[in-house]
Design a protein around this ligand. Structure first.
Ligand code: FAS
Ligand code: PHB
Length: 390
């Protein structure tokens, strides 16, 4: 097979780029190693920057998001048995975020690809990029016991943190930066009415907690847990009791609990691979960078990579202008690192660090007091949270 762009990975990054390119008549084939059901079984992000929401609309995939998603103009920071609201709209001159689960967004993208007759190949095993540094790169993969080949002009590595694309770059051609946090997030999904109409990020000496939602009947909650914990350590009752301990009393009293329909522990890490281009292969999304989910930057950093790649490919194929391709890595990394900074800062601000000294804890408390007492500090948080410009 021959196409213009070969995409590895059928998560949000790969699917969104595939859809945008197809709409512009730029041929592409996407290879996903799992089944569609497996991909849609993952529970992940919940908050979209307004720039991401606009990109979904441009990809003609925004209708259900606009109908079922919720526009949030603020969120709360809970601490010391009280909570302060961060008024995103006022602090950013009118910007907000869209609360709409990644699972639903991925479903919308899959359905749009299907409707357009997009070439998405599932259960593509042992995908390998070849001749990446030549003008004739190609992909091989195995399906039904047969090895197949896709010749293309460019390869997009949108295969996530554990994918093959980043690992196909010679060690002396790539540099990685990493910070692993000494805790994870235990997340629970429950068919219950959310305790708050807007998200609540809670700082507590017992550990961080987050009250989020997917709809008015589907709640998403998280608590910080030690890395040694497993899901089996947290039966539903223990989870609900611990979440209540970390919330202001009025919120804890209002919490509606119910059986968990999904429960998982995600480790927290900050990670960046540079550069995001090697030869004619471009990395996008989690294949190149990971953030702790505290600042809701993960999926949103993937969106800006897709935005830059989409416009670079447009300029190349429509105008013969390769500036976008040549500057992609530098442009994408500039925004990625701002997302890294914000995610690290918000994680450091709100979590309990077992090895913190009393001095560290005083600094953390002072950071929070300064933030909540300064319009300018809150405006800085707000402009990062709604999304810096692409
Ligand atoms: P993805 O990992 O989503 O997709 C990559 C795809 O490539 C997968 O479908 C995978 O099956 C496929 N693939 C991998 N290797 C392959 C190969 N060799 N061949 C073919 N296909 C291959 N972000 C937030 O903003 N908020 C959150 O709360 C949040 N929670 C998260 C919880 C967890 C457990 C994880 C892992 C991530 C979370 N994230 C969160 C970040 C997450 O949403 C990512 O940013 C987002 O999935 C990035 O999308 P992709 O870059 O498409 O990568
Ligand atoms: C979620 O709803 O899953 C979510 C929301 C905001 C975050 C992290 C996770 O910062």
């Amino acid at each position: 097979m021959k196409t213009q762009v070969g995409i590895i990975g059928g998560g949000p990054s790969g699917l969104l780029l595939s859809q945008l390119l197809d709409l512009q008549g730029i041929g592409n084939i996407l290879l996903e190693k799992h089944t569609r059901e497996y991909v849609l079984g993952r529970i992940r992000a919940g908050v979209l920057e307004h720039g991401f929401a606009d990109l979904m609309r441009e990809a003609q995939c925004g209708d259900r998001m606009d109908t079922e998603g919720e526009i949030h103009g603020g969120f709360y920071i809970a601490h010391d048995d009280t909570r302060d609201r961060i008024n995103l709209k006022r602090l950013t001159g009118g910007n907000s975020v869209m609360v709409y689960g990644q699972t639903e967004l991925t479903r919308d993208l899959y359905e749009a690809r299907e409707k357009m007759g997009g070439k998405v190949i599932h259960e593509a095993r042992h995908v390998m990029p070849h001749d990446i540094t030549t003008n004739a790169p190609y992909l091989t993969y195995n399906t039904g016991g047969k090895t197949k080949r896709i010749d293309c002009d460019y390869i997009i590595g949108a295969d996530g943190f554990h994918g093959i694309s980043r690992k196909s770059i010679p060690a002396n051609k790539i540099r990685t930066f990493e910070r692993v946090y000494p805790f994870g997030w235990l997340g629970v999904l429950s068919n219950t009415k959310p305790v708050s109409p807007e998200l609540i990020y809670a700082k507590h000496e017992r550990g961080f907690a987050l009250c989020s939602l997917r709809s008015q009947t589907l709640s998403r909650y998280y608590i910080q847990v030690p890395l040694t914990d497993t899901v089996d350590d947290w039966p539903d009752d223990a989870f609900w009791a611990e979440l209540k301990r970390r919330l202001p009393k009025d919120v804890a009293d209002a919490l509606i609990t119910g059986p968990s329909i999904e429960k998982s522990i995600a480790p927290l890490r900050s990670f960046v691979a540079e550069p995001m281009r090697y030869g004619n292969m471009f990395l996008a999304g989690d294949a190149a960078h990971i953030v702790p989910p505290t600042g809701a930057r993960g999926l949103n950093s993937a969106a800006s990579d897709v935005y830059y790649l989409y416009h670079a490919m447009l300029d190349h194929y429509k105008n013969g202008d390769d500036t976008g391709l040549e500057t992609y890595s530098q442009k994408a990394l500039a925004r990625v690192w701002k997302g890294q900074r914000f995610s690290w800062w918000m994680t450091t601000l709100l979590h309990s660090f077992p090895d913190n000294s009393p001095f560290d804890n005083r600094l953390q408390q002072t950071d929070l007091e300064y933030l909540l007492s300064s319009e300018k500090a809150m405006a800085s948080l707000a402009e990062n949270y709604v999304g810096l410009p692409f």
